[in-house]
Design a protein around this ligand. Sequence first.
Ligand SMILES: Cc1cc2nc3c(=O)[nH]c(=O)nc-3n(C[C@H](O)[C@H](O)[C@H](O)COP(=O)(O)O)c2cc1C
Length: 197
Amino acid sequence: MNSQQTLSFELLKQLFQSRRTVRRFTDDPVDENAIFDLIEAAIWAPNHRMTEPWRFYVLSKSGERRKQIARLTHDWVLANVQNPNPERARASAEAAQKELLDAPALIYVFSLPGDSDEVTEENYSATSCAVQNLMLAAHAKGLGVGWSTGKPCRSEKLAETLGADPASKIVGCLYIGYPATTPTGERRDVSHVTEWL
Ligand SMILES: Cc1cc2nc3c(=O)[nH]c(=O)nc-3n(C[C@H](O)[C@H](O)[C@H](O)COP(=O)(O)O)c2cc1C
């Protein structure tokens, strides 16, 4: 290994280790060119059979579509979150809606189905790799990303509202912005998760 490779590895390792899930952002807007760069980084993810199965839906902050999705999420939470206290249930629905409206940038990611279960599963894996590319690229630009598969991804009307292929699978809702706070991270040691056989 030459010194150039060593330097690159140390920089990448620093990038991997310092990236954190971010859900609290400053009010600074995220430029559309930056979002383009993130998606461009995402689509270089590995994908078996070159299916390029990822689809991205960028919801502009003041656009109608973002409002529709935020409302759908609000309604889904009200209908599905088990909370005996109606006031708390309402507050939870409103918080989910507000988080979607407030995110400086918002991207939904879907994975296309394949012509067999095996390909569909590979497509989902590849799209997850694409999301990781996107998150690392964002981090390198000083942006933070929160990947959610929770409330904002649950409405049955989501794919239809976004214009996604009805057979596609939701991979996540990505909240993006400049971090207001940087959470700390933790991982177990390599020895806990690896068998050297
Ligand atoms: C497939 C996937 C789905 C996730 N869904 C959620 C989610 O619904 N809500 C949430 O708060 N975080 C979600 N996360 C973020 C994880 O909780 C987060 O990655 C984990 O806590 C580790 O933190 P780090 O990303 O800062 O290392 C998701 C992450 C992945 C990979």
